[in-house]
Design a binder for this molecule. Structure first.
Ligand SMILES: Cc1ncc(COP(=O)(O)O)c(C=O)c1O
Length: 376
């Protein structure tokens, strides 16, 4: 697998421009980062205003930095009541690590259950729960006490016991190629966690922030996790992650030891200002309301005998071909023809469509017709 090595000059809305000035419709969206479009003017404005005030001034929590506080409040106001305490990190993987530490500290247990074909990040902790031996093996020893099971399997739920600190799952598996679990399974998972006193950690680092047609992915399944993981689109294009839980749980980090989790830059004021502006844009411009319609438009257009399946959940689509080789040829031709796309980490025969949610109908028409041309 070779890197794209695409030299970017500028990005605006759902468009990318290379150094030669060529325009591309962006179907990657920074891998579910640019949900409100690249360089939304309100996000740029918020960043500029924060630049004028202060950058990093002191370690998280010691000083009150209003962008952190206000963004945490905006998030909590738009989440179920039990998700009321936000710990900002620099990245998704750090949010995963923080959540696993919190689960161990709260429950006094060490076992962690994760799922095959899950992607949670690349730090030692996040890699330990990644659901692929190929990616993990070279970095052993990793964290102990972790077992991986089949995602969506009711049988796997039997492995959750009174020794399990937490179960970590993607609400919808992203890099596996958009694998949507059944509502019954997620609800049974929630139930089993309740019965065993195990914390349910849902990774919405890709699924969150409107991607699935609701603000949060878990809303579709009518359950609430104990810890929610966010990242990617959370920072409006700036680096930001978060793990979010009930304050009663989060308080476990405040004694024995004190400062149970520390970060210098996590919740950087510029990133929080950008993320908060992006979230306001998402809510005020009712972007989420357009997601399902745009998903259906893509699906109605992407019909071809060489396409084996189109799996989707919101503006998050995996177009499946028979082999990686076919997919790669389609991707290369798409890029040549001004449509930026790639494949999924654990599903290399699937073409990724996770554009800015602000992509227009005419851009969808153009991109789909170029994908079909590339296939032909
Ligand atoms: C579902 C999921 N979880 C966690 C991560 C890790 O986030 P980061 O790359 O910011 O560490 C990613 C990144 O791709 C992801 O897709």
């Amino acid at each position: 697998m070779a890197p794209l090595a695409f030299e970017i000059a500028r990005a605006e809305g759902a468009n990318l421009y290379d150094v030669a000035g060529k325009e591309y419709i962006d179907l990657i969206g920074g891998i579910s980062v640019a949900n409100v479009g690249h360089r939304h003017p309100k996000v740029i404005d918020a960043i500029q205003r924060q630049l004028e005030a202060y950058l990093h001034v002191m370690v998280y929590g010691e000083f009150v930095e209003s962008p952190q506080v206000q963004f945490a409040k905006l998030l909590a106001d738009n989440l179920p009541g039990s998700l009321n305490s936000v710990y900002f990190t620099n990245s998704g993987a750090e949010a995963v690590d923080g959540a696993m530490k919190l689960a161990k500290r709260v429950t006094g247990r060490t076992g962690i259950i994760a799922f095959q074909n899950s992607y949670h990040g690349s730090t030692q902790g996040a890699l330990s729960v990644m659901g692929s031996e190929y990616w993990r093996n070279a970095f052993r020893p990793l964290l102990p006490g972790i077992s991986h099971h089949e995602y969506g399997s009711f049988e796997a739920l039997k492995e959750i016991t009174e020794q399990t600190a937490c179960v970590i799952a993607e609400t919808v598996q992203a890099e596996a190629g958009i694998i949507v679990p059944s509502k019954e399974w997620i609800q049974a998972l929630r139930q089993k966690c309740n019965e065993t006193g195990t914390l349910l950690v849902l990774d919405e680092i890709q699924a969150g922030f409107g991607r699935t047609g609701t603000l949060w992915g878990f809303e579709h399944f009518e359950i609430v996790p104990d810890i929610l993981l966010l990242g990617k689109a959370l920072g409006g294009g700036m680096p930001l992650g978060a793990f979010i839980a009930d304050k009663k749980l989060m308080d476990a980090f405040s004694d024995s030891p004190v400062l149970g989790h520390i970060t210098t830059f996590g919740g950087h004021p510029v990133c929080c200002a950008a993320g908060m502006a992006a979230m306001k844009v998402m809510l005020e411009e009712k972007i989420i309301d357009t997601v399902r319609e745009k998903e259906q438009l893509f699906k109605s257009l992407l019909v071809h005998q060489k396409i084996r399946a189109v799996r989707s959940f919101g503006l998050w689509i995996a177009v499946e071909f028979e082999t990686f080789e076919i997919n790669k040829k389609v991707i290369d031709t798409c890029i040549e023809n001004g449509v930026m796309t790639d494949w999924f980490l654990f599903s290399s025969n699937c073409l990724r469509i996770s554009p800015p949610l602000t992509i227009s109908a005419s851009q969808i028409l153009k991109a789909s017709s170029r994908i079909l041309q590339a296939i032909s």
